[in-house]
Design a protein around this ligand. Sequence first.
Ligand code: PHE
Length: 341
Amino acid sequence: MLKQLDEIQEQALAALEAVPDLAELEAWRIKHQGKKSTLNQILRDVGKLPREERPAVGKRGNEVKVALEAAYEAKKQALERGELAELLEKDRIDVTLPGRPAPLGRIHISTKTLREIYAIFAQMGFQVYTARDVELDLYNFELLNMPPGHPARDMWDTFYTTREDVVLRTHTSPGQIHAMREYCPEPIRVILPGKCYRYEQVTARSEFMFYQVEGLAVGKRITMTDLKGVMAEFARQMFGADRRMRFRASYFPFTEPSVEVDMDCIICSGEGCRVCKYTGWLEIAGAGMVHPIVLQNGGYDPAVYSGFAFGMGPERIAMLKHDIDDIRYFFSNDLRFLGQF
Ligand code: PHE
Protein backbone atom coordinates (compact mmCIF):
# COMPACT_ATOMS: atom_id res chain seq x y z
CA MET A 1 0.00 0.00 0.00
CA LEU A 2 2.84 2.35 0.89
CA LYS A 3 4.53 1.51 -2.36
CA GLN A 4 1.33 2.32 -4.24
CA LEU A 5 1.27 5.74 -2.57
CA ASP A 6 4.86 6.37 -3.66
CA GLU A 7 3.85 5.49 -7.23
CA ILE A 8 0.83 7.75 -7.09
CA GLN A 9 3.01 10.65 -6.03
CA GLU A 10 5.64 9.92 -8.64
CA GLN A 11 3.17 9.59 -11.51
CA ALA A 12 1.15 12.61 -10.50
CA LEU A 13 4.20 14.84 -10.26
CA ALA A 14 5.51 13.57 -13.61
CA ALA A 15 2.13 14.30 -15.22
CA LEU A 16 2.07 17.73 -13.61
CA GLU A 17 5.45 18.49 -15.09
CA ALA A 18 4.01 17.98 -18.59
CA VAL A 19 0.89 20.17 -18.09
CA PRO A 20 1.15 23.00 -20.66
CA ASP A 21 -1.65 25.39 -19.63
CA LEU A 22 -4.29 26.28 -17.05
CA ALA A 23 -7.03 24.28 -18.77
CA GLU A 24 -5.04 21.08 -18.58
CA LEU A 25 -3.99 21.92 -15.06
CA GLU A 26 -7.63 21.81 -14.03
CA ALA A 27 -8.00 18.39 -15.68
CA TRP A 28 -4.93 17.24 -13.77
CA ARG A 29 -6.36 18.53 -10.49
CA ILE A 30 -9.61 16.60 -10.95
CA LYS A 31 -7.78 13.44 -11.87
CA HIS A 32 -5.16 13.47 -9.12
CA GLN A 33 -6.77 15.48 -6.32
CA GLY A 34 -10.46 15.11 -7.01
CA LYS A 35 -12.94 13.07 -4.94
CA LYS A 36 -12.58 10.09 -7.27
CA SER A 37 -8.79 10.13 -7.38
CA THR A 38 -7.03 6.95 -6.27
CA LEU A 39 -5.30 8.91 -3.51
CA ASN A 40 -8.54 10.09 -1.96
CA GLN A 41 -10.03 6.62 -2.28
CA ILE A 42 -7.10 5.19 -0.30
CA LEU A 43 -7.39 7.90 2.34
CA ARG A 44 -11.12 7.32 2.63
CA ASP A 45 -10.64 3.59 3.09
CA VAL A 46 -7.84 3.76 5.69
CA GLY A 47 -10.36 2.69 8.32
CA LYS A 48 -10.94 -0.58 6.53
CA LEU A 49 -7.26 -1.59 6.76
CA PRO A 50 -5.92 -3.91 9.44
CA ARG A 51 -5.37 -1.85 12.61
CA GLU A 52 -1.53 -2.05 12.53
CA GLU A 53 -1.27 -0.74 8.95
CA ARG A 54 -3.52 2.28 9.46
CA PRO A 55 -1.07 4.80 11.00
CA ALA A 56 1.65 4.36 8.39
CA VAL A 57 -0.70 4.45 5.39
CA GLY A 58 -2.62 7.41 6.83
CA LYS A 59 0.58 9.35 7.46
CA ARG A 60 2.09 8.58 4.08
CA GLY A 61 -1.20 9.30 2.32
CA ASN A 62 -1.41 12.72 3.91
CA GLU A 63 2.20 13.45 2.97
CA VAL A 64 1.42 12.64 -0.67
CA LYS A 65 -1.69 14.81 -0.53
CA VAL A 66 0.24 17.77 0.88
CA ALA A 67 3.05 17.28 -1.66
CA LEU A 68 0.55 17.26 -4.57
CA GLU A 69 -1.19 20.35 -3.25
CA ALA A 70 2.08 22.24 -2.99
CA ALA A 71 3.18 21.13 -6.44
CA TYR A 72 -0.22 22.12 -7.84
CA GLU A 73 -0.07 25.62 -6.37
CA ALA A 74 3.47 26.16 -7.64
CA LYS A 75 2.54 24.98 -11.12
CA LYS A 76 -0.57 27.11 -11.14
CA GLN A 77 1.35 30.25 -10.28
CA ALA A 78 4.00 29.50 -12.87
CA LEU A 79 1.39 29.01 -15.58
CA GLU A 80 -0.46 32.19 -14.63
CA ARG A 81 2.73 34.20 -14.75
CA GLY A 82 3.50 32.65 -18.10
CA GLU A 83 0.12 33.54 -19.56
CA LEU A 84 0.37 37.10 -18.29
CA ALA A 85 3.83 37.47 -19.77
CA GLU A 86 2.57 36.09 -23.05
CA LEU A 87 -0.35 38.53 -23.03
CA LEU A 88 1.91 41.47 -22.29
CA GLU A 89 4.20 40.43 -25.08
CA LYS A 90 1.35 40.01 -27.56
CA ASP A 91 -0.41 43.29 -26.71
CA ARG A 92 2.75 45.24 -26.48
CA ILE A 93 2.51 48.86 -27.69
CA ASP A 94 5.39 50.23 -29.68
CA VAL A 95 5.50 53.75 -28.32
CA THR A 96 8.10 54.71 -30.91
CA LEU A 97 5.67 54.24 -33.84
CA PRO A 98 4.62 57.54 -35.45
CA GLY A 99 0.98 58.51 -34.72
CA ARG A 100 -1.79 58.06 -37.26
CA PRO A 101 -3.06 61.43 -38.48
CA ALA A 102 -6.79 62.03 -37.83
CA PRO A 103 -8.04 63.76 -41.00
CA LEU A 104 -9.97 66.94 -40.26
CA GLY A 105 -12.93 68.14 -42.30
CA ARG A 106 -12.70 71.56 -43.90
CA ILE A 107 -15.15 74.23 -44.86
CA HIS A 108 -15.85 73.95 -48.59
CA ILE A 109 -14.26 76.75 -50.59
CA SER A 110 -17.66 77.90 -51.90
CA THR A 111 -19.04 78.10 -48.35
CA LYS A 112 -15.93 79.91 -47.20
CA THR A 113 -16.24 82.46 -49.97
CA LEU A 114 -19.95 82.90 -49.27
CA ARG A 115 -19.18 83.61 -45.61
CA GLU A 116 -16.64 86.24 -46.58
CA ILE A 117 -19.24 87.84 -48.84
CA TYR A 118 -21.87 87.79 -46.05
CA ALA A 119 -19.45 89.46 -43.66
CA ILE A 120 -18.62 92.26 -46.08
CA PHE A 121 -22.24 93.02 -46.91
CA ALA A 122 -23.29 92.66 -43.26
CA GLN A 123 -21.00 95.61 -42.49
CA MET A 124 -22.94 97.63 -45.04
CA GLY A 125 -26.27 96.66 -43.46
CA PHE A 126 -27.34 93.84 -45.80
CA GLN A 127 -29.17 90.88 -44.29
CA VAL A 128 -29.14 87.37 -45.73
CA TYR A 129 -32.46 86.34 -47.27
CA THR A 130 -32.89 82.83 -48.64
CA ALA A 131 -35.28 81.86 -51.37
CA ARG A 132 -36.15 78.54 -52.98
CA ASP A 133 -34.11 76.56 -55.53
CA VAL A 134 -37.17 75.17 -57.31
CA GLU A 135 -39.11 78.06 -58.77
CA LEU A 136 -42.20 78.88 -60.68
CA ASP A 137 -41.64 80.17 -64.19
CA LEU A 138 -43.59 83.16 -62.92
CA TYR A 139 -40.82 84.22 -60.52
CA ASN A 140 -37.80 83.07 -62.51
CA PHE A 141 -38.97 84.94 -65.62
CA GLU A 142 -42.38 86.56 -65.80
CA LEU A 143 -42.33 88.84 -62.77
CA LEU A 144 -38.76 89.76 -63.73
CA ASN A 145 -40.15 91.38 -66.86
CA MET A 146 -39.79 88.38 -69.15
CA PRO A 147 -43.24 87.29 -70.29
CA PRO A 148 -43.58 83.94 -72.08
CA GLY A 149 -41.81 84.06 -75.40
CA HIS A 150 -39.56 86.95 -74.38
CA PRO A 151 -36.27 86.52 -76.27
CA ALA A 152 -34.21 87.36 -73.16
CA ARG A 153 -35.27 84.03 -71.64
CA ASP A 154 -32.66 82.50 -73.94
CA MET A 155 -29.95 84.18 -71.85
CA TRP A 156 -30.43 81.30 -69.41
CA ASP A 157 -30.47 77.66 -70.47
CA THR A 158 -33.15 76.33 -68.20
CA PHE A 159 -33.80 73.00 -66.50
CA TYR A 160 -37.53 72.46 -66.89
CA THR A 161 -39.47 69.89 -64.89
CA THR A 162 -42.37 67.62 -65.74
CA ARG A 163 -44.61 70.47 -64.64
CA GLU A 164 -44.57 73.07 -67.34
CA ASP A 165 -44.59 76.02 -64.93
CA VAL A 166 -41.85 74.74 -62.57
CA VAL A 167 -38.13 75.25 -63.22
CA LEU A 168 -34.85 75.03 -61.33
CA ARG A 169 -33.96 78.67 -60.83
CA THR A 170 -31.39 79.84 -63.36
CA HIS A 171 -30.37 82.77 -61.19
CA THR A 172 -31.08 84.15 -57.70
CA SER A 173 -33.04 87.11 -59.11
CA PRO A 174 -36.49 85.53 -58.46
CA GLY A 175 -35.61 86.01 -54.79
CA GLN A 176 -35.93 89.76 -55.40
CA ILE A 177 -39.66 89.35 -55.92
CA HIS A 178 -40.05 87.17 -52.81
CA ALA A 179 -38.11 89.67 -50.69
CA MET A 180 -40.02 92.69 -52.03
CA ARG A 181 -43.40 91.05 -51.47
CA GLU A 182 -42.39 90.18 -47.92
CA TYR A 183 -40.90 93.57 -46.97
CA CYS A 184 -43.14 95.96 -48.89
CA PRO A 185 -43.56 98.89 -48.13
CA GLU A 186 -40.44 98.87 -45.89
CA PRO A 187 -37.04 99.69 -47.36
CA ILE A 188 -34.93 96.63 -48.22
CA ARG A 189 -31.27 95.79 -47.97
CA VAL A 190 -30.68 92.07 -48.51
CA ILE A 191 -28.34 89.64 -50.15
CA LEU A 192 -29.79 86.42 -51.51
CA PRO A 193 -27.26 83.58 -51.73
CA GLY A 194 -28.05 80.20 -53.20
CA LYS A 195 -27.51 77.58 -55.84
CA CYS A 196 -28.53 78.14 -59.43
CA TYR A 197 -28.91 75.62 -62.21
CA ARG A 198 -28.29 75.90 -65.91
CA TYR A 199 -28.75 73.35 -68.64
CA GLU A 200 -25.31 73.99 -70.05
CA GLN A 201 -22.30 72.15 -71.34
CA VAL A 202 -19.94 71.73 -68.38
CA THR A 203 -16.58 73.31 -69.16
CA ALA A 204 -13.67 74.85 -67.29
CA ARG A 205 -15.68 78.08 -67.16
CA SER A 206 -19.26 76.89 -66.62
CA GLU A 207 -20.96 74.35 -64.38
CA PHE A 208 -24.59 73.23 -64.49
CA MET A 209 -24.86 74.12 -60.80
CA PHE A 210 -23.13 76.99 -59.03
CA TYR A 211 -23.74 79.63 -56.41
CA GLN A 212 -24.88 83.18 -56.90
CA VAL A 213 -25.20 86.00 -54.43
CA GLU A 214 -27.90 88.44 -55.38
CA GLY A 215 -28.06 91.88 -53.80
CA LEU A 216 -31.13 94.07 -53.53
CA ALA A 217 -31.66 97.51 -52.07
CA VAL A 218 -35.03 99.27 -52.34
CA GLY A 219 -35.96 102.59 -50.80
CA LYS A 220 -36.60 106.24 -51.51
CA ARG A 221 -33.89 108.13 -53.38
CA ILE A 222 -31.62 105.15 -54.05
CA THR A 223 -29.43 105.94 -57.05
CA MET A 224 -26.82 104.33 -59.22
CA THR A 225 -24.15 106.06 -57.14
CA ASP A 226 -25.22 103.88 -54.22
CA LEU A 227 -24.78 100.80 -56.39
CA LYS A 228 -21.35 101.91 -57.48
CA GLY A 229 -20.27 102.69 -53.91
CA VAL A 230 -21.46 99.32 -52.63
CA MET A 231 -19.73 97.45 -55.46
CA ALA A 232 -16.49 99.37 -54.96
CA GLU A 233 -16.54 98.79 -51.21
CA PHE A 234 -17.13 95.10 -51.79
CA ALA A 235 -14.25 94.80 -54.27
CA ARG A 236 -11.85 96.60 -51.96
CA GLN A 237 -12.72 94.45 -48.97
CA MET A 238 -12.61 91.26 -50.98
CA PHE A 239 -9.62 91.92 -53.21
CA GLY A 240 -7.58 94.75 -51.70
CA ALA A 241 -7.72 98.46 -50.92
CA ASP A 242 -6.54 99.85 -54.28
CA ARG A 243 -9.13 98.16 -56.47
CA ARG A 244 -10.68 100.38 -59.14
CA MET A 245 -14.16 99.85 -60.58
CA ARG A 246 -15.81 100.42 -63.86
CA PHE A 247 -19.38 100.00 -65.09
CA ARG A 248 -19.95 98.74 -68.60
CA ALA A 249 -23.36 99.20 -70.22
CA SER A 250 -25.22 95.91 -70.51
CA TYR A 251 -28.72 94.50 -70.66
CA PHE A 252 -30.90 92.57 -68.23
CA PRO A 253 -34.71 92.62 -68.57
CA PHE A 254 -35.17 93.29 -64.83
CA THR A 255 -32.83 96.26 -64.49
CA GLU A 256 -32.74 99.60 -66.28
CA PRO A 257 -30.13 100.80 -66.84
CA SER A 258 -28.10 97.56 -66.64
CA VAL A 259 -24.36 97.23 -66.23
CA GLU A 260 -21.55 94.73 -65.94
CA VAL A 261 -19.33 95.53 -62.97
CA ASP A 262 -15.60 95.25 -63.69
CA MET A 263 -12.64 95.76 -61.39
CA ASP A 264 -9.04 96.20 -62.42
CA CYS A 265 -7.19 92.90 -62.70
CA ILE A 266 -5.89 91.67 -59.34
CA ILE A 267 -2.90 90.00 -60.97
CA CYS A 268 -1.57 92.79 -63.23
CA SER A 269 -3.45 95.83 -61.83
CA GLY A 270 -4.61 96.71 -65.31
CA GLU A 271 -1.40 96.11 -67.27
CA GLY A 272 -2.85 93.11 -69.10
CA CYS A 273 -2.17 89.44 -68.36
CA ARG A 274 -3.40 85.87 -68.91
CA VAL A 275 -6.02 86.12 -66.14
CA CYS A 276 -7.72 89.27 -67.53
CA LYS A 277 -7.12 88.10 -71.10
CA TYR A 278 -4.98 91.20 -71.67
CA THR A 279 -7.88 93.61 -71.09
CA GLY A 280 -6.75 94.80 -67.64
CA TRP A 281 -10.30 94.25 -66.29
CA LEU A 282 -12.18 91.43 -64.59
CA GLU A 283 -15.95 91.10 -64.58
CA ILE A 284 -17.30 90.46 -61.07
CA ALA A 285 -21.05 91.08 -61.27
CA GLY A 286 -24.09 91.92 -63.33
CA ALA A 287 -26.12 94.79 -61.91
CA GLY A 288 -28.43 97.69 -62.48
CA MET A 289 -31.31 99.81 -61.20
CA VAL A 290 -34.38 97.69 -60.48
CA HIS A 291 -36.75 97.98 -63.45
CA PRO A 292 -39.98 99.92 -62.65
CA ILE A 293 -42.07 96.92 -63.72
CA VAL A 294 -40.16 94.68 -61.32
CA LEU A 295 -40.61 97.19 -58.47
CA GLN A 296 -44.30 97.20 -59.24
CA ASN A 297 -44.44 93.38 -59.30
CA GLY A 298 -42.85 93.47 -55.85
CA GLY A 299 -45.53 95.85 -54.60
CA TYR A 300 -43.57 99.12 -54.66
CA ASP A 301 -44.71 102.28 -56.45
CA PRO A 302 -41.88 103.08 -58.92
CA ALA A 303 -42.82 106.77 -58.76
CA VAL A 304 -41.84 106.82 -55.08
CA TYR A 305 -39.32 104.00 -54.70
CA SER A 306 -36.18 103.03 -56.52
CA GLY A 307 -33.61 100.34 -56.01
CA PHE A 308 -30.52 98.61 -57.27
CA ALA A 309 -29.73 94.93 -57.70
CA PHE A 310 -26.65 92.93 -58.50
CA GLY A 311 -25.73 89.29 -58.98
CA MET A 312 -22.30 87.77 -58.52
CA GLY A 313 -20.76 84.30 -58.64
CA PRO A 314 -18.82 83.27 -55.54
CA GLU A 315 -17.03 80.48 -57.41
CA ARG A 316 -15.79 83.01 -59.93
CA ILE A 317 -14.65 85.25 -57.09
CA ALA A 318 -12.84 82.33 -55.44
CA MET A 319 -11.25 81.43 -58.79
CA LEU A 320 -9.86 84.94 -59.14
CA LYS A 321 -8.72 85.12 -55.55
CA HIS A 322 -7.00 81.73 -55.43
CA ASP A 323 -5.96 81.46 -59.07
CA ILE A 324 -8.15 78.40 -59.75
CA ASP A 325 -8.40 77.79 -63.47
CA ASP A 326 -11.26 75.28 -63.67
CA ILE A 327 -14.71 75.63 -62.06
CA ARG A 328 -15.25 71.87 -62.25
CA TYR A 329 -12.92 71.39 -59.26
CA PHE A 330 -15.51 72.96 -56.97
CA PHE A 331 -18.09 70.20 -57.10
CA SER A 332 -16.11 67.12 -58.16
CA ASN A 333 -15.20 66.38 -54.52
CA ASP A 334 -11.50 65.77 -54.98
CA LEU A 335 -10.06 66.10 -51.47
CA ARG A 336 -6.67 67.09 -52.86
CA PHE A 337 -8.36 70.24 -54.16
CA LEU A 338 -10.79 70.85 -51.31
CA GLY A 339 -8.13 70.31 -48.61
CA GLN A 340 -6.13 73.28 -49.83
CA PHE A 341 -8.45 75.91 -48.43
N1 PHE B 1 -29.49 87.47 -62.61
C1 PHE B 1 -28.43 87.92 -63.48
C2 PHE B 1 -27.72 86.71 -64.04
O1 PHE B 1 -27.80 85.64 -63.51
C3 PHE B 1 -27.46 88.80 -62.76
C4 PHE B 1 -28.08 90.10 -62.28
C5 PHE B 1 -28.63 90.17 -61.03
C6 PHE B 1 -28.11 91.22 -63.08
C7 PHE B 1 -29.23 91.35 -60.59
C8 PHE B 1 -28.66 92.38 -62.67
C9 PHE B 1 -29.24 92.46 -61.42
O2 PHE B 1 -27.05 86.80 -65.05
